[in-house]
Design a protein around this ligand. Structure first.
Ligand SMILES: [Zn+2]
Length: 186
């Protein structure tokens, strides 16, 4: 193989589709949203792609999974997402896992596990609860490190910005004080 040949990309693989979900997560990152992305795949084709938009839409339910499920239902023209696979960069929360079970995709693939709030086995497992009317196959940990590093970077920057704002506020308050004293002394 010559060096000019592009690397072979398997366009049907979990790695490939998770890469598309990561691209969505990066869009969220650039907009100052918690960077989580999702794509929905039917018969090897992406029929929905979305990223977390809670801040933009001022809607606590605007998680990537919720948005991608709605898109996919519109694309298919049915609420049943049978034979579909949902790819998401982070384990779904209980709200999203509940919505996923209602839409019945056959499989869910995710990157980062969430032991505190994950509802695909991290904390609880709503996707494989026998008393509910649908169970999904689950594949965990796909391209986990990439998704994790994007989220960690996001929160590192958010903490730094919050610190900077607090420092500026303090500096402003300190600068204002002498003026106040002058006003009172006049
Ligand atoms: Zn969620």
């Amino acid at each position: 193989m010559s060096q000019d040949e592009p690397p072979i990309i398997d366009l049907q693989s979990d790695d490939y589709f998770m890469g598309e979900a990561i691209r969505e997560a990066l869009k969220a990152y650039r907009r100052g949203e918690v960077p989580v992305g999702a794509v929905l795949v039917h018969e090897g084709r992406i029929i929905g792609r979305a990223f977390n938009q809670v801040e933009t839409l001022k809607d606590a339910t605007a998680h990537a999974e919720m948005l991608v499920l709605t898109q996919a239902q519109e694309a298919i023209g049915d609420w049943r997402l049978e034979d579909c696979t949902l790819y998401v960069t982070k384990e779904p929360c209980p709200m999203c896992a509940g919505a996923i079970v209602h839409c019945r995709p056959s499989r869910v693939v995710y990157g980062i596990s969430d032991p505190k709030g994950g509802a695909a086995g991290g904390w609880i497992n709503l996707l494989q609860t026998e008393t509910l009317n649908h169970q999904c196959e689950i594949t965990r940990g796909v391209r986990e490190e990439e998704s994790l590093s994007i989220i960690q970077q996001f929160f590192r920057e958010a903490r730094a910005k919050a610190k900077e704002r607090a420092r500026e506020r303090k500096a402003r308050e300190a600068a204002d004080e002498p003026e106040d004293v002058d006003l009172w002394s006049e």
